[in-house]
Design a protein around this ligand. Structure first.
Ligand SMILES: [Zn+2]
Length: 272
């Protein structure tokens, strides 16, 4: 009898392990970890990989990106803020726009609408309405305003969000320790350099960068990124192949101090 009981317990335990592994994102909040990164500002880290930011004003909260879509983000956000929410995409990649279908409206740059709509096709019919936002658009959350800065490069419709009251730049994938500029939807590196110089010009207004992936960066990181891109364009960098995955074949990598840029050597300059 004892051995039967032991066997039953073992089977139940193994079944529990299999179930919890297979459904590692159920309940929904097990996909997400929250870190408070500033006053009324949280990073929701999904699958230890991508950052979703929740930015609270007095009247509403801005959700910056929606992540991979592996959990119930809308429900999870309610554990952080009770205010009405506005959702925005820094760009259209699916690790940043994967839960867009949960929201009635998504603000994004129209140059990335095609990419965002293609994710909806994968998720079945969506009633989400895309709202175009461009350079200079202000999200007024009540006592806290965030400004849209267009930064084409990583994608054509990439944006940063400047939060001068909290001295933060939310950068999406425009600023990461390694920035990907080798994808087919990326702009020539020369265009990306102009975007970096544009946010560098606003440096008096922020101290810290909240990137799309990994931990916050000091604003001086942008100066390193600029030096890195310039060294690629003027040929002074000695690149190495970027062996991240099979889909990075042909991409090259340059490094300057702590900044790395992975790029396509055939997409450096604007074609005249
Ligand atoms: Zn991206």
């Amino acid at each position: 009898m004892k051995s039967v009981l032991f066997l039953r317990q073992t089977i139940l335990f193994v079944a529990f392990i299999i179930l919890t592994t297979a459904a590692s994102c159920q309940p929904a909040d097990t996909c997400y970890k929250t870190i408070q990164v500033a006053e009324k500002t949280w990073a929701i880290v999904e699958n230890n990989s991508v950052n979703i930011y929740v930015v609270e004003g007095n009247d509403s909260a801005l959700i910056i990106d929606t992540g991979y879509g592996t959990g119930d983000l809308k429900k999870y956000i309610r554990s952080l803020t009770k205010l009405p929410v506005i959702a925005v995409n820094t760009h259209g990649h699916e690790d940043h726009a994967g839960n867009d279908h949960q929201f009635p409206n998504i603000c994004a740059h129209p140059d990335d609408f095609g990419m965002i709509n293609s994710h909806f096709e994968g998720q079945g019919k969506s009633n989400t309405i895309l709202i175009p936002i461009r350079e200079g658009h202000i999200f007024d959350l009540g006592g806290r305003k965030l400004e849209v800065i267009e930064v084409p490069g990583h994608t054509r419709g990439s944006i940063c969000l400047l939060d001068p009251s909290h001295r933060i730049l939310f950068a999406g994938d425009n600023t990461n320790t390694v920035v990907w500029l080798f994808l087919k939807e990326c702009c020539p590196l020369e265009v990306y350099l102009k975007s970096l110089q544009k946010v560098e010009k606003r440096m008096e207004e922020y101290d810290i960068i909240m990137p799309g992936h990994n931990t916050p960066l000091d604003k001086t990181f942008i100066t390193e990124q600029i030096a890195c891109v310039k060294s690629i364009l003027d040929g002074t960098c000695s690149p190495v192949p970027y062996n991240y995955s099979s889909f990075t074949a042909g991409a090259m990598l340059c490094k300057f101090k702590t900044a790395e840029v992975a790029y396509d050597p055939d997409n450096l300059f604007i074609k005249k």
